[in-house]
Design a protein around this ligand. Structure first.
Ligand code: SF4
Ligand code: SF4
Ligand code: SF4
Length: 248
């Protein structure tokens, strides 16, 4: 059986998720034994036809839309890699402001130069069909390797549908709400091992919301600890600005 051909493409992002893949070291050799990289700007100069397209970054320009649609047309399977691609992530913070103000703030007097043109950030799935996601900022490389292995073997990968709180409780962490903090664990997709609460910080929600967030439970927790829904929404701005679905 021939190995599936894989190409990695980047859009608006810091390329930190690709860096995670580069840093896999020995494990990357295992993956290369089951898939064939044919295009990956960060690691090789060759280009070729592909079966699986892995997309890092958000869609922030009209020409990005044309490019991602072409990649989608050429790929049998499309994977969104990392928070920027999966949910828009930090790139969506700008969607809370007037776009002209954002451009002036970033580019000053050069804001109207054509090559700096931009529009409101979209996640990859808002432009083309996404088959699988690798959430997180950055991604969890074990989860990435699991998804690639499944696809190479013709299996359907499954990522957690429960919340970060489940992993956090299993680690017997003291809840960050007990420290008068606001944590997005109750509504955020597990799979990171609750790394932030375990490291004594709240969850910022970088893996996006669980499929069916228990909004009422989240409201109850906020009320129990004397916080408001506005406090919760403010905490969501970093990774989940203008994010759907949510009804808080
Ligand atoms: S998800 Fe985070 S680490 Fe990955 S490309 Fe975006 S900003 Fe960088
Ligand atoms: S709210 Fe945060 S700190 Fe508390 S249990 Fe959930 S993930 Fe852990
Ligand atoms: S705990 Fe939350 S912010 Fe931290 S890695 Fe996990 S999902 Fe992301």
């Amino acid at each position: 059986m021939s190995k599936p051909k894989v190409a990695i493409f980047d859009f608006a992002c810091c390329e930190g998720c690709q860096l995670q893949i580069v840093n896999m070291e020995e494990e990357i050799l295992d993956l290369i034994s089951i898939v064939e990289p044919v295009e990956w700007r960060e690691a090789m100069s060759e280009k070729g036809e592909y079966d699986i397209a892995i997309i890092e970054g958000s869609i922030t320009r009209m020409e990005d839309e044309e490019r991602i649609k072409e990649i989608r047309n050429n790929a049998k399977i499309l994977i969104a890699l990392g928070a920027c691609a999966v949910i828009g992530g930090v790139n969506k913070i700008k969607n809370n402001f007037d776009l002209d103000d954002v451009k002036k703030c970033v580019y000053g007097e050069s804001a109207n130069m054509p090559h700096l043109d931009t529009y409101m950030t979209k996640a990859v799935g808002e432009v083309v069909k996404v088959d699988f996601v690798v959430p997180g900022c950055p991604i969890n490389i074990k989860e990435f390797a699991y998804i690639i292995r499944c696809l190479a073997l013709g299996k359907t990968p499954e990522i957690p549908t429960h919340s970060v709180c489940v992993e956090c409780k299993l680690k017997e962490n003291v809840c960050r709400f007990e420290y008068n903090e606001i944590c997005l664990g109750p509504i955020t997709r597990a799979g990171c091992g609750a790394v932030c609460p375990t490291g004594e910080s709240w969850c910022y929600g970088c893996r996006g919301f669980v499929d069916n967030p228990n909004v009422n439970a989240a409201k109850d927790i906020m009320e129990q600890y004397g916080k408001t829904i506005e406090d919760l929404k403010e905490r969501m701005l970093l990774f989940n600005s203008k994010q759907e679905p949510t009804n808080v």
